[in-house]
Design a protein around this ligand. Structure first.
Ligand code: ZN
Length: 183
């Protein structure tokens, strides 16, 4: 099947799976805005690789919507599923441990997973600056950005164009609410 058809079918599927989900920020944007932002960043950084773009559209389906890996495999195949698995946290673990594992596992990620992680963190840091959750204190925002930096630092593959967009996002965060003293 033609790549554009596969990508658009994945976008349609993602929009259906995430239809009731909003982003955590004050603006409560549709979650699909995040998935499309990440997919657009991945498309640019991977030079239009259809497998990477589809994985980007699927990247939060298991974690946030309880979609099974087998369902993704049946629709989009093994390669897409392997990338999604690499960026999916084990939700049976406590949140603090999941965050630690993202940092310690970062150095072992495949190139495709690195691109997707970097794009995801870029989108999330931008969101914390532009429309943070209302109940987040300054320190929580600073800690989030410090953690995103630690994950990205460990990634073995960082395409320059995408890395500069991440660096721009974290610089905007520093300008908006300062940097954590210990980071
Ligand atoms: Zn995400």
């Amino acid at each position: 099947m033609n790549d554009i058809i596969r990508i658009m079918q994945a976008a349609d599927q993602a929009a259906r799976w995430h239809k009731s989900q909003k982003r955590k920020g004050e603006a409560a944007e549709p979650y699909m805005n995040h998935l499309l932002e990440v997919a657009a960043l991945v498309a640019q950084a991977s030079d239009g690789d259809a497998t990477c773009i589809i994985a980007a559209l699927m990247h939060d389906a298991v974690e946030d919507q309880g979609i099974k890996f087998d369902e993704i495999r049946a629709l989009y195949g093994d390669e897409v599923t392997a990338i999604v698995a690499e960026v999916t946290d084990d939700k049976s673990l406590p949140k603090a441990m999941r965050k630690e594992l993202q940092v310690s596992h970062a150095p072992h990620k495949s190139s495709a997973a690195c691109i997707l992680k970097l794009a995801d963190k870029t989108s999330n840091v931008r969101a914390v600056v532009e429309t943070p959750p209302t109940h987040w204190e300054l320190e929580r925002k600073q800690a989030y950005v410090a953690w995103a930096r630690a994950v990205v630092e460990g990634l073995p593959y960082k395409p320059a164009g995408l890395l500069s967009q991440f660096t721009e996002a974290t610089a905007a965060a520093d300008a908006a609410f300062g940097r954590l003293a210990s980071a």
